[in-house]
Write a protein that binds this ligand. Structure first.
Ligand code: PLP
Length: 287
């Protein structure tokens, strides 16, 4: 069965799915996106991702293309048509199609909405987590509004490519103070020398990860020591454990940073436990 995409009111074969060349998402990265993990055919952390989508749109003054309820119906239909039970659903809203001009078009321009869904091999992802992944560090070079989930991902794409060329899974951005900000598509965490779980606070210029937020609840329930506090690359390299979180990675143990082993170079027990607890919770609460 071929993949099906949703584009502005129509379900179309994936290879034919297209937006106009003057779509502002294409021309100016004037668009936001959101990604949900799909578990058992349901949306994981649904509320958090919808709320962040609405916030991203509001921050950029892009009109929501439809109500949340309608959006949810289209998403479910996209999942159904693609027979996705385990995977990801991607949704993008741009300010719409208009003659190229940096300033906003008139109110008559409709936002564009596209959606795709894909299946993931959860067994393969579990095997990856069981082995752990390597990361590299790259200088932070993004704009000042990384809290908005825009498609302006060029620095993230370049960072990921650098990671790939180094045989690593993810790149961690590092600011001018030597502090890790976040991953190219994930939030970064450590279990520090004192046994405290730490991730950077969201007053900083990072995405407010939904997986991160849910994991904070999981950590509180498990009664583990936790602080929202930034850490340096050196602290990460010297940490007991390191991991990254995101809708794609869920909770992914990191076993090397810039070629240097973290701990004994195998996935840490706390990261693996948190992965299991997060997945259990996400499955239970998926809608
Ligand atoms: N940080 C960045 C830059 C991301 O792109 C992502 C996800 O794609 C995350 C963090 C993790 O966010 P979430 O847990 O909401 O998927």
């Amino acid at each position: 069965m071929g993949r099906i995409a949703y584009v502005n009111g129509r379900f179309v074969p994936h290879r034919e799915a297209a937006v106009h060349i003057e779509d502002r998402g294409y021309q100016l990265a004037d668009a936001v996106y959101e990604v949900w993990a799909v578990m058992g055919g349901k949306l994981a952390d649904a509320e958090g991702h919808f709320a962040r989508l609405e916030r991203s749109l509001a921050e950029l003054r892009i009109r929501p293309p439809m109500s949340r309820k309608a959006l949810e119906m289209v998403m479910r239909e996209t999942l159904r048509r693609n027979r996705v039970r385990e995977g990801l659903i991607y949704l993008q809203v741009s300010r719409g199609v208009a003659p190229r001009d940096h300033a906003f078009p008139g109110d008559d321009v409709q936002p564009s909405l596209v959606m795709t869904a894909k299946s993931l091999d959860r067994a393969a992802t579990e095997a990856k987590a069981a082995k752990g992944v390597a990361v590299v560090t790259v200088p932070e070079n993004r704009w000042g509004r990384c809290d908005i989930k825009t498609v302006g991902l060029l620095p993230n794409a370049l960072a990921r490519q650098q990671a790939r060329e180094a045989g690593a899974y993810e790149a961690l951005f590092v600011d001018e103070l030597g502090m890790v900000t976040e991953g190219a598509a994930s939030n970064a965490w450590i279990l520090d020398r004192d046994g405290v779980l730490r991730t950077r606070d969201t007053n900083a210029n990072i995405l407010r990860g939904i997986t991160r937020r849910t994991l904070m609840d999981v950590i509180a329930e498990a009664g583990l020591p936790f602080q929202e506090r930034p850490f340096t690359v050196d602290e990460a390299k010297a940490a007991k454990e390191v991991f990254v979180t995101g809708a794609g990675s869920l909770v992914m143990p990191v076993i090397a940073i810039d070629g240097e082993k973290v701990g004994d170079g195998t996935p840490g027990p706390v990261a693996m436990r948190l992965r299991r607890l997060y997945i259990e919770r996400a499955r239970e609460t998926a809608i």
